[in-house]
Structures are given as structure tokens and as C-alpha cells.
Design a binder for this molecule. Structure first.
Ligand SMILES: Cc1ncc(COP(=O)(O)O)c(C=O)c1O
Length: 405
């Protein structure tokens, strides 16, 4: 992997912040965009913009063709043979809400259970709380161990006669923990329990083959995959697609509308109401092509090496408490410092050194409760980060420690 070339592809990486070269370690929240994505977005608005699916004029046809081609790109990226199982949307939050409203709500009764891990993002918690509040569905939580690892067997053991769904992340946005979702899916399938995998972080950091995983739903979000915000997709297994009702009604998702009735379009359009994020989705497709051209194996290998280096350096700081110490860990590090320093204060000091990290609860309330903290600092790496940026992070942390000690 040619790291220098990759860095040169991302124009923002050459800017300074507070007079220092930018060290962008907030990729878990949102990744930066390569020039090809920026160009694709600019080109779409400058030369090829029109609404999709509706017009018969040239520009509408071009926009529709480019927009629809992204479905195939996503299918290829995720290892899905039939692109009609890919529903385009604005991101993971929309994807999971679609499953909650369109698939889960109509088929769950009071006392039915949904199994969640304690390290889910709010996007994979709150929609299920809606079902708890409104339909009496029971949320069953599976803890992570002291290292932040999630034992797939514990998830499987939680399955009971009332379990209707397992919703689990493939990679924790707080701890970097990788989850063996395939083991969970294999066992759940045997027991007839569908599995939703939140791939928001997993798809960024490792090669994904959804059909090999064997899940029923797999959600991704474009802005973490080096694409525009407001883009995303969810894979839905054929059987679930047949069971699911549309979540939103409007244009494009219908075939006919009359005063006394409607007929729906076929999937995936049945689940894509209204004018979509046309240009965002086109940019998303270019971002995925870019990732595939670098190579997902190469990205994963680079990030795993970075992760090992960062673990070595961070664990050398005896006043830093690293949350999540599993061996198989992506390059996402949450930590607190000994003493009174709040995560927000630490991140402000790091920012003065040009280092962008996130501070807060990372939309993972149950995990924060489990860890017994209210907030952490999180440094999350992407394909363009370097070992020397790890060193800059460590220097900035040493400064923060000195200031607060
Ligand atoms: C694991 C995980 N799931 C879901 C989401 C929600 O993604 P979005 O806000 O793009 O819908 C995030 C974003 O931080 C995430 O990290």
C-alpha cells in the first residue's frame, strides 16, 4: 500500500490546524474524502444533475444511471450477488430504523425478545427501545468481558424461545473490538433467529463478505467509508425482503396510486421513498471504488499494524487507562487519563497540537455504564494514518498529562 500516495489523495490532510499539521484521528465519527469523491460530487452538480427515476430527458437518464450503478458497486463491496438486496438510504440510522419499523414492528408481540450487545451504538439501540416502549418487546443485553471482547457463545446462549432478533455490531466504535458475527449468524440461523449486523465500523476496517457471514441485515453508512454524509445502504436477505413492509411512503416506492388503493414497486425500490441523496450516493459509489482499488486486505493489514504500534505506545503510558484491550482489535482507542482531567479538556489540548480526537460518550450509553465512565477520549484511525501520527498523539497526551498532573 502506497501510504504517501493515499495521503496525497486526501486534500484536507495537508492543511494545518492551530498552526500544526493536521493529525486526523476522528475517523470513527466520520472519515475524510479523497479527491476523486470530491470531484465526483462537484461533477455531478456541475454537469450531470437532475432528479432520478422520473425524467425521460438526458440529464435525468445520466443521473439515474450513475445513481443506480452504485447499487452494484455496494453489492460488489459487500460480496452480495443480487444487487436488488441492497437498499440505498442516508446511512445506518435510517437502515436500522427501516428494519425496526418495517420488519420488526409488524411481527413482534409483548414479551418477544431482541438480543443486543452492551457495546451497540445508539443507532442500534434506540429503535429497539421504541419497540420496548410501544409494544412491550424485551431487550436482552449481553455483556463484554473485562478486555472488551464479546464472546459469540454468550450471544448464542441468550437465545430463547421468545427471541425474534439479534442486533449486533461487527466492530465497536468505542473499543475497536471485532465481533465474530459469522459464528453468531451460523448458530442463530439453526435456531431460526434473524440477525442484524451493524457494519458501520466493520466495513471500514476489514474485508466483508455478507453472504459468507450469513446475516439477514447488514447496515453501512457512507460518510465513514470515505464517502459523503447522507449516503448509505442496507443489505436485506431475500426472505426478510419478502416479509418487510415499507417504512416510508411516497414517490418512487409505488407502482400505482388511486383514491381507493395503491400497489407497491418491487424491492429494492419499494423501500426507497422520495427523492434520495442522489449526489451523495454517486459520491459514495466512487468512495467504495477507491477503497477497493487500494484493496480491503491492504487497508486492514495497514490498520492492524498501526493498531499494534498504537497499543504498544499507549500501554507504555502508565497514567493512561485504555478501554478495550482485546488482542484482535481495530485501530480505535478509547481512554481516560488518571487525575481530574475530563475527556473534553484532553481533547481540547490535543486539538491545540493539531490532533483531532473525539471526546464524550460516543453514542454508546450502555457501554459507558458498563465501563463505569461518563466519557472517554477516542482516537480512531483510518487508511491514511501513519505511525508518526501515533507518535504525535503520544506527545500531545504527555503534554496533557503534565498540564493536569
Ligand atoms: C457502530 C455504529 N453504528 C451506527 C452508527 C450511526 O451511523 P450514522 O450516524 O451514519 O447513521 C455509527 C456512527 O457513529 C457507528 O459507529
Amino acid at each position: 500500500m502506497d501510504l504517501e500516495k493515499i495521503r496525497a489523495d486526501f486534500p484536507i490532510l495537508s492543511r494545518e490546524v492551530n498552526g500544526k499539521p493536521l493529525v486526523y484521528l476522528d475517523n470513527g465519527a466520520s472519515a475524510q474524502k479523497p479527491q476523486v469523491v470530491i470531484d465526483a460530487v462537484t461533477n455531478a452538480y456541475s454537469h450531470e444533475y437532475a432528479n432520478v427515476h422520473r425524467g425521460l430527458h438526458t440529464l435525468s437518464n445520466i443521473a439515474t444511471e450513475k445513481y443506480e450503478a452504485v447499487r452494484g458497486i455496494i453489492a460488489r463491496f459487500l460480496g452480495v450477488a443480487d444487487e436488488d438486496q441492497i437498499i440505498l438510504n442516508s446511512g445506518t440510522t435510517e437502515g436500522i430504523n427501516m428494519v425496526a419499523y418495517g420488519w420488526a414492528m409488524p411481527r413482534m408481540e409483548p414479551g418477544d425478545e431482541i438480543i443486543l450487545s452492551v457495546m451497540e451504538h445508539h443507532a442500534n439501540i434506540v429503535p429497539w427501545h421504541f419497540l420496548r416502549e410501544r409494544q412491550g418487546v424485551v431487550l436482552k443485553w449481553v455483556d463484554v468481558d473485562a478486555t472488551g471482547a464479546l464472546d459469540p457463545q454468550k450471544v448464542i446462549d441468550a437465545i430463547g424461545p421468545k427471541t425474534k432478533l439479534i442486533a449486533v455490531t461487527q466492530l465497536s466504535n468505542v473499543l475497536g473490538t471485532k465481533v465474530d458475527v459469522k459464528a453468531i449468524c451460523d448458530a442463530a440461523r439453526e435456531m431460526g433467529v434473524p440477525v442484524l449486523v451493524d457494519g458501520s465500523q466493520g466495513a471500514v476496517h476489514m474485508p466483508v463478505d455478507v453472504e459468507d457471514i450469513g446475516c439477514d441485515f447488514y447496515a453501512i453508512t457512507g460518510h465513514k467509508l470515505y464517502g459523503p454524509s447522507g449516503s448509505g445502504a442496507i443489505y436485506v436477505h431475500q426472505d426478510r425482503l419478502a416479509e418487510m413492509q415499507p417504512f416510508m411512503g411516497g414517490g418512487d416506492m409505488i407502482r400505482e396510486v388511486h383514491k381507493d388503493g395503491i400497489t407497491y414497486n418491487s424491492p429494492p425500490m419499494k423501500f426507497e421513498a422520495g427523492t434520495p441523496g442522489i449526489v451523495q450516493t454517486i459520491g459514495f459509489g466512487v468512495a467504495l471504488e477507491y477503497m477497493m482499488s487500494v484493496g480491503m486486505e491492504a487497508i486492514a493489514a495497514h490498520e492492524d499494524a498501526l493498531s499494534a504500534y498504537a497499543v504498544k505506545r499507549l500501554t507504555g503510558l502508565n497514567w493512561l487507562n485504555l478501554q478495550g484491550t482485546t488482542v484482535d482489535k481495530a485501530a480505535i482507542f478509547s481512554f481516560t487519563l488518571d487525575g481530574a482531567a475530563h475527556a473534553h479538556d484532553i481533547s481540547t489540548i490535543l486539538d491545540k497540537k493539531g490532533v483531532a480526537v473525539r471526546a464524550g460518550h460516543h453514542c454508546a450509553g450502555p457501554l459507558m455504564d458498563h465501563l463505569g465512565v461518563t466519557a472517554t477520549c477516542r482516537a480512531s484511525f483510518g487508511m491514511y494514518n501513519t505511525e508518526s501520527e501515533v507518535d504525535t498523539l503520544i506527545d500531545a497526551l504527555e503534554l496533557a498529562h503534565e498540564l493536569f498532573a
